[in-house]
Design a protein around this ligand. Structure first.
Ligand code: F6P
Length: 401
């Protein structure tokens, strides 16, 4: 049988809708007719503001319960009609948090196989940022930020009280939505769509990433490494030039390292975007040079010739005494990037990184040979613009100052 229901499962703010959109895109690109049926959209159009209140989600509120049942049923009907016609894959996007709700789907949509895809994300930093972001949605326009946060958190608690993970269903996949990994699965091997779906789940998706290195610092001028220096007047003017260059561009997510130069560089961008989510991530801190922090390259050559020699021989694997190597950076940058990409979902993001960090970020996309990574070109007046989906890869180096 060539038709399939895909049913998303997961608590709010776990990345279900982003994943549903990606699955649909992958299927459409393969010429497979797919559509999304989203309970939330239906709820907002049928009930509006009334369904924003947290109490609407209280499992003991019979009005809310009935209204949500009706919406779920309506959405199942729409999905069913779609597959009864020309549609090939119907993606049902909702929390589908309880086993009871999933059983209803199994009973009502019994004519075709169902693949349940559960999105998990227990990273507290990401959850917090995602939840805060949700409170900026039009749905919460009539609420203050604090009221919206309180209300959304209690909505989540109501869902948690009825939540049960997938496992009893015939076909399911549990996905770590941050790292794009399949944690466990009971595959739907006989479905011709399974490979494309799995591919969209495990692929890295970056709609629009601006990867920038901070501008000139006093240390850069002197050839010193590491430390926490500030930008020079030239560095500050490079920061303003970037803001002018990106003026008018949507940039809802801006990530920096925890270093002063990275913050200073992002400041003009953020000044124009008061609603942007700005996060300082230690994963993006520059390579730590241990005993060599703050030294000039020429000092290292003179005072620690063994360091200079060993590093020149294998710059990728070389670990600074008491510090890090490029090889060490790989895991922490990968973690930071996964978190940043999860948060941004399909929206544009910008990272203000450092020389070794940006080399590592690029290497994660370019699959460079390790020995080439420490030599990737990372100027301070140009940025890399990346757009990477399973079927499209764009890398551009763009001058802004
Ligand atoms: O010189 C600036 C800098 O960001 C240093 O802080 C860092 O140690 C260095 O670049 C990394 O580049 P390389 O690995 O080429 O020394």
């Amino acid at each position: 049988m060539r038709k399939l229901y895909v049913v998303m499962v997961g608590l709010p703010a776990r990345g279900k809708s982003t994943l549903a959109r990606r699955i649909k895109e992958c299927l459409l690109e393969e010429g497979i007719r797919a559509a999304i049926f989203n309970n939330g959209d239906l709820r907002r159009s049928m009930l509006g503001m009334e369904s924003t209140e947290a109490e609407f989600y209280n499992p003991e509120n019979s009005f809310g319960l009935l209204a949500r049942e009706n919406i779920a049923r309506r959405n199942m009907e729409l999905a069913k009609d779609y597959l009864a016609g020309a549609g090939e894959v119907a993606i049902m996007d909702a929390t589908n948090a309880s086993r009871a709700r999933r059983r209803q789907i199994e009973e009502y949509c019994a004519e075709f196989p169902i693949l349940f895809i559960e999105c998990a994300n227990e990273d507290p930093l990401l959850l917090d940022a995602c939840i805060r972001r949700k409170t900026q949605l039009p749905e919460y326009a009539a609420y203050s930020r604090e009221e919206a946060l309180k209300s959304f958190l209690s909505r989540i608690r109501y869902y948690e009280s009825i939540y049960s993970p997938v496992g009893e269903e015939q076909h399911w996949m549990r996905v770590d939505a941050v790292t794009n990994r399949v944690i466990a699965e009971r595959p739907c091997d006989h479905s011709p769509y399974y490979p494309a779906i799995r591919d969209s789940v495990v692929s890295t998706w970056v709609r629009c990433l601006y990867l920038v290195r901070h501008g000139q610092t006093a240390y850069n001028l002197e050839g010193r490494i590491g430390g926490d220096p500030s930008l020079t007047p030239k560095g500050l003017s490079q920061a303003r030039a970037l803001a002018t260059h990106l003026q008018g561009k949507a940039l809802p997510y801006i990530f920096t390292s925890t270093r002063v130069r990275s913050h200073q560089f992002a400041a003009p961008l953020l000044a124009e975007r008061p609603d942007a989510t700005a996060l300082a991530m230690p994963e993006f801190d520059e390579i730590f040079a241990g005993e060599c922090e703050g030294m000039r390259y020429e000092d290292i050559h003179r005072d620690k010739p063994e360091v200079a020699k060993a590093r020149a021989a294998d710059k990728y694997a070389y670990v600074y005494p008491g510090g890090e190597s490029y090889a060490d950076l790989r895991e922490r940058v990968r973690r930071g990037l996964a978190r940043a990409l999860f948060l941004a979902g399909d929206e544009p993001l910008l990272i203000v990184g450092h020389q070794a960090i940006n080399r590592t970020v690029l290497s994660l996309f370019l699959h460079q040979r390790n020995e080439d990574v420490p030599y990737i070109y990372i100027p301070q007046n140009q940025y890399y613009h990346l757009s990477v989906t399973p079927r499209k890869k764009i890398f551009e180096l763009i001058k802004f100052a």
